[in-house]
Design a protein around this ligand. Structure first.
Ligand SMILES: NC(=O)c1ccc[n+]([C@@H]2O[C@H](COP(=O)([O-])OP(=O)(O)OC[C@H]3O[C@@H](n4cnc5c(N)ncnc54)[C@H](OP(=O)(O)O)[C@@H]3O)[C@@H](O)[C@H]2O)c1
Length: 174
């Protein structure tokens, strides 16, 4: 039994927020595989590990929610877009980060499908482009604004499942 289980007996909301980025100086073909592995360890395997550990407690909630903090950089729409937003252009070559978020989006959809017949919803959420350590503080929103976006998306009444929720309201295309 986990600490949360002993203290509360159930978990209503899991926000998978932790993520890292590596290899900003390399095009995809020159990204060291060790750095790619490091990114996947946190951004992909970490999410699966924590989610699976928390699922028994989420199942005991009357309305469990899983919010995976993702990024528009991992969407097929962004990766195939002919002309990315100039603000985002420096980030198109991030092999580790972008592909790990694409994997996270796929994982979100697969957990949503597995849990569709339960009260648990599973969505990808977006904080928006925030000034944090992750991007050398180049974002346009504050971390607090990004946190507020995630909190709102993660607690939507009548939450959908399997959606990629946008910080602007509505959804992103995957
Ligand atoms: N900033 C943006 O513009 C933006 C846009 C879209 C999505 N996001 C997403 O928002 C989330 C938060 O990013 P951020 O911008 O706040 O980045 P950040 O300032 O770099 O914070 C990342 C957080 O993840 C934690 N972390 C990293 N590796 C971990 C690990 N292996 N185990 C546990 N914790 C770990 C860090 O903890 P320590 O400080 O202890 O290392 C830190 O608290 C991420 O999922 C990111 O992909 C950010």
């Amino acid at each position: 039994m986990t600490l949360i289980g002993r203290a509360h007996g159930h978990l209503d909301l899991l926000i998978n927020n932790a993520a890292i980025s590596r290899g900003h100086d390399h095009p995809p073909s020159e990204m060291p595989v060790a750095e790619l592995r490091e990114v996947y360890e946190t951004n992909v395997l970490g999410v699966v590990t924590v989610t699976n550990a928390m699922l028994p407690l989420l199942r005991r909630s009357p309305a469990g929610r899983i919010a995976n903090v993702s990024s528009g950089l991992g969407t097929v729409a962004f990766l195939t877009g002919p002309d990315p937003d100039p603000e985002m252009r420096p980030y198109v070559t991030l092999l580790g980060y972008n592909s790990s978020k694409a994997a996270l989006n796929a994982i979100t959809l697969m957990y949503a499908a597995e849990l569709r017949d339960t009260p648990i919803t599973v969505n990808a959420v977006s904080p928006g482009f925030c000034a944090t350590d992750l991007n050398g503080h180049r974002g346009v929103l504050t971390a607090a604004e990004g946190g507020a976006h995630v909190a709102r998306q993660a607690t939507l009444p009548d939450a959908p499942t399997g959606a990629f929720l946008s910080e602007r309201g509505g959804t992103y295309p995957y």
